[in-house]
Design a protein around this ligand. Structure first.
Ligand SMILES: Nc1ncnc2c1ncn2[C@@H]1O[C@H](COP(=O)(O)OP(=O)(O)OP(=O)(O)O)[C@@H](O)[C@H]1O
Length: 272
C-alpha cells in the first residue's frame, strides 16, 4: 500500500504503536514520500493550533488496514480537524501523519457540483478521461444507478449522500474518511445509509474512520470507538460484537452506555 507521509517518521515509529497517548513532535518535511507501513493510519505527536490554541495536542493514533474506527467527542473537540488533516486538506501541522495514498473523504454535505450530472460528479477530480462505466459501477454499488444522468438538484438528501459515497468509492480507497455523513439525513434514510456503509466496508475491505455524534451508530458499525478530548484520543473501546449487530443485545446497550458516560452524558437522566 503506497503511503503519503505528511511528516517524517523513523522506521521504528512506523511500526504498530500504542494508540491513545501523545508522543514527541517531529520536524516538518514539505514533500510527501511513499513508504510501506503496516498501518492504514499512523499518527504520532500530531499538533494543530488555531490562534495559538492547540486543538489537537500531540495526538497519537493507529488504524489497521481494513479496520473500522469511529471517532466520538464533544462538539469542537477537533474531530473534523483531525479528519481534514488525514485527508491531506490541512497541512499546517506538527508531528507525523502517515496515510495511504489511495484515500477518499465524504462529508456531511455531499458537495456535488450542480452543473454536472451525477455520473460526472462521481468522477470529479479523477485523473484521465471520464469513464462513464466506472461511475455506473460505483453508482450501482450504492444503489443509485437509476439516477446516473440526473442533475444533483433533483436528488433527495439520501441519494445525494449515496452519490457522494460513490465518488469516494471510484477512488478505490485503502482509507475511507467519513465526516458525519449521515448527520443531515432523516431517521429511516440514516439507518439505510448506515447499513450501506457497513456493507461497502465489508465488501471493499478498506479502513474506515467515521466521525460521528451518534454513539449508537459508532457501536453499530465500528471495530473500535475512540473518544477525543483535550486534543488527544482520551478513551478507546473495542466493540467485541458479532456482525450484523443487534441493537437489542444487552451487551450493545452496555457498550453504548459506557461510551455515553465517557462523553459525560447522564444515562440515568437519558432513560428517565
Ligand atoms: N480554520 C479555523 N480557524 C480557527 N479555528 C478553527 C478553525 N477550524 C477549526 N477551528 C476550531 O477548532 C476547534 C475544533 O473544530 P472541529 O471542527 O475540528 O471540531 P469538531 O469536534 O469536529 O466539532 P463538531 O462536532 O461540532 O463538528 C473548534 O474550536 C473550532 O472553532
Amino acid at each position: 500500500m503506497a503511503t503519503d507521509v505528511h511528516r517524517p517518521v523513523s522506521p521504528r515509529a512506523a511500526q504498530a504503536g500504542p494508540t491513545t497517548q501523545a508522543g514527541p513532535t517531529t520536524q516538518a518535511v514539505p514533500v510527501p514520500q511513499a513508504v510501506p507501513v503496516p498501518q492504514a493510519v499512523h499518527v504520532d505527536g500530531l499538533t494543530r493550533s488555531f490562534d495559538g490554541r492547540a486543538v489537537i495536542d500531540r495526538l497519537r493514533l493507529d488504524v489497521r488496514p481494513g479496520e473500522f474506527v469511529a471517532l466520538l467527542g464533544r462538539s469542537g473537540c477537533g474531530k473534523s480537524t483531525l479528519l481534514r488533516i488525514l485527508a491531506g486538506l490541512d497541512r499546517d501541522i506538527e508531528g507525523t501523519v502517515l496515510v495511504p495514498r489511495r484515500k477518499a473523504v465524504a462529508f456531511q454535505a455531499p458537495r456535488l457540483m450542480p452543473w454536472k450530472k451525477v455520473w460526472r460528479n462521481v468522477l470529479l477530480g479523477l485523473p484521465g478521461k471520464p469513464d462513464r462505466a466506472v461511475a455506473e459501477r460505483a453508482l450501482k454499488e450504492v444503489g443509485l444507478d437509476h439516477r446516473t444522468d440526473a442533475w444533483p438538484k433533483t436528488l433527495s438528501g439520501g441519494e445525494a449522500q449515496r452519490a457522494s459515497l460513490a465518488r469516494a468509492l471510484v477512488r478505490e480507497p485503502d482509507l475511507l474518511l467519513l465526516d458525519e455523513p449521515f448527520g443531515a439525513l432523516d431517521a429511516l434514510t440514516r439507518i439505510k445509509a448506515q447499513r450501506l456503509v457497513g456493507e461497502l466496508w465489508q465488501r471493499r475491505g478498506c479502513a474506515v474512520l467515521l466521525v460521528t455524534h451518534d454513539v449508537e451508530e459508532a457501536v453499530l458499525l465500528a471495530d473500535r470507538v475512540l473518544v477525543m478530548d483535550d486534543g488527544v484520543i482520551a478513551h478507546e473501546q473495542r466493540i467485541d460484537l458479532d456482525r450484523p449487530r443487534d441493537i437489542t443485545d444487552p451487551r450493545f446497550a452496555e457498550l453504548r452506555a459506557g461510551l455515553l458516560e465517557r462523553l459525560g452524558v447522564d444515562t440515568a437522566a437519558e432513560a428517565a
